[in-house]
Design a binder for this molecule. Structure first.
Ligand SMILES: [Zn+2]
Length: 480
């Protein structure tokens, strides 16, 4: 039986005997079945009766959890995966605003989005908010949407165009035309507006917020990015009545308590991109600060020009950054942290239910009858890291990785099974990305290409060490 007939559309699927994390609290359901019928979860329980002809998937020894949700990723940038590994925001802004961002053609956006979408499915990320701020023309936007609709996942196109003021592109007739042509209620393609509020007292972003209100869509905005957006932007949004429930504040890493109060009071949520904040310099990953404000959190990867698009990394990095800061703050006062405040189950919640809440989808993010069947089975019998399975939340957050993603369902459809993607043309995606790289490299020239990838390293002096008797550093046989 080939993979297409094995999982033909509409065939019920039952995942047998897994450790199920329903994400309705800290419950763990051992040896539990999950039955999927159509696009929904039909039943959850032990030894379920499955309809005749249902596809059976052995989940024993594995973990069944809701599909993960990334609430902020610039998917088009995946076309240049890993290029900016050694960047800060400074290099990123040059790359995006002044150089490569202007070179991307619609087919390059298509290439990046397609690869990012496939990568997400592979990693068990079943929904991604595509923070698509490289849409210089509507042709770019059509290419972005085509790519998202060409890969069988769930996406939210957060439309943005960094090359024009938001008041301009959101009020252009061709933008309205795009929305009426492409945003037609497809359950697998949501829509948001993506732009930043820079703090200009005249609040030039007002028309863009009004367009969002007219369209009935939410806004996602980079807020609290050191050197770019800060408390002034938050205050202007608040004073003008645009801090509405559903607004997603990305990073929110260098904001005052006053801004956090405003976010908490108006029902928004924060998308934390810990790996990004740690390397790029938006500010310290804020989870340790915002828990005292009761603001809902979701997780995101930001961009694969630095990091890979999997939320295992995000969960792990977020736990580490939060605990690291707690210890640091305590040590500065001569105290000792004896109990961690942030638990593994909390980051798993942020990666699933937290994302669903952030994008206003209460039919996603948990495993309950009637919810959409976006599911992940983590199971890898060949891996020594797959057992013993004692603490399932801890296992997901600190032990598992994308190679352990055995099966993925989106909207009831099996898109990955036995560690292999189903119905995805990776070779075609590779050919597209190859063409994009060839074009960009040719346009930039070899020297600029190499220089962009290898920023200067600041000089740092090795300190004189009073405990050194011999100056071994001058000895060519010894190297530090
Ligand atoms: Zn971003």
């Amino acid at each position: 039986m080939n993979e297409r007939t094995e999982f033909e559309t509409g065939r019920p699927v039952v995942l047998r005997g897994g450790t199920v994390l329903p994400m309705d609290g800290r419950r763990v359901l051992p040896r539990t079945d999950v039955l999927v019928s159509g696009d929904r979860i039909a039943a959850v329980g032990p030894d379920l009766d499955a309809p005749e002809g249902a596809a059976e998937i052995d989940a024993s020894g594995g973990i069944v959890m809701p599909g993960m949700i990334d609430t902020h990723r610039h998917m088009w940038q995946t076309a240049m995966r890993g290029y900016g590994a050694d960047w800060t925001l400074t290099q990123y802004f040059v790359w995006f605003y002044l150089e490569y961002g202007k070179l991307f053609r619609p087919e390059d956006v298509h290439a990046g989005n397609t690869l990012a979408a496939i990568e997400s499915l592979d990693a068990g990320v079943t929904t991604v908010v595509d923070w698509s701020h490289g849409l210089r023309t509507v042709e770019h936007a059509d290419a972005a949407a085509d790519a998202l609709q060409g890969v069988p996942g769930r996406y939210v196109l957060a439309y943005g165009n960094i090359q024009q003021p938001p008041a301009e592109w959101t009020t252009a007739p061709e933008f309205r035309d795009f929305v009426s042509r492409r945003i037609t209620g497809d359950d697998l393609l949501g829509f948001q507006l993506a732009f930043d509020v820079l703090g200009d007292p005249s609040f030039p972003e007002r028309p863009a917020f009004e367009v969002a209100r007219d369209l009935g869509v939410t806004v996602t905005t980079h807020a609290g990015v050191w050197g770019a957006t800060g408390d002034d932007g938050i205050r202007l949004m608040y004073e003008n009545g645009f801090m509405t429930p559903g607004t997603i504040y990305v990073h929110a890493a260098s904001l005052s308590a006053d801004s956090y109060h405003r976010i908490a009071a108006t029902g928004g949520s924060i998308s934390v991109s810990t790996e990004s904040e740690q390397s790029a310099g938006q500010g310290y990953p804020p989870t340790w600060a915002i828990r005292s404000h009761g603001i809902p959190v979701s997780l995101s990867m930001d961009t694969s020009v630095w990091w890979s698009g999997d939320l295992f990394s995000a969960m792990r990095a977020t736990l580490g950054a939060d605990r690291s800061r707690e210890h640091l703050e305590a040590h500065a006062k001569g105290d000792t942290v004896t109990h961690c405040a942030l638990r593994a189950d909390q980051v798993v919640d942020w990666a699933t239910r937290g994302g669903a809440r952030a994008i206003g989808r209460d039919d996603l993010g948990t495993i309950e009858p009637g919810k959409k069947a976006d599911l992940v089975l983590i199971k890898n019998d060949a891996s020594p890291v797959s057992f013993p399975l004692l603490n399932p939340f801890g296992h997901v957050a600190f032990q598992a990785q994308r190679g352990d993603v055995h099966t993925v369902l989106v909207d009831g459809r099996v898109v990955k099974h036995e560690h292999r993607l189903v119905g995805v043309d990776l070779a075609a995606a590779r050919a597209q990305v190859d063409r994009t790289i060839e074009y960009l490299r040719g346009e930039m020239g070899e020297e600029a290409w190499e220089k962009g990838m290898n920023p200067d390293v600041p000089t740092s002096k090795v300190l004189d060490n009073p405990y050194t008797y011999t100056d071994y550093r001058s000895d060519s046989t010894h190297r530090l």
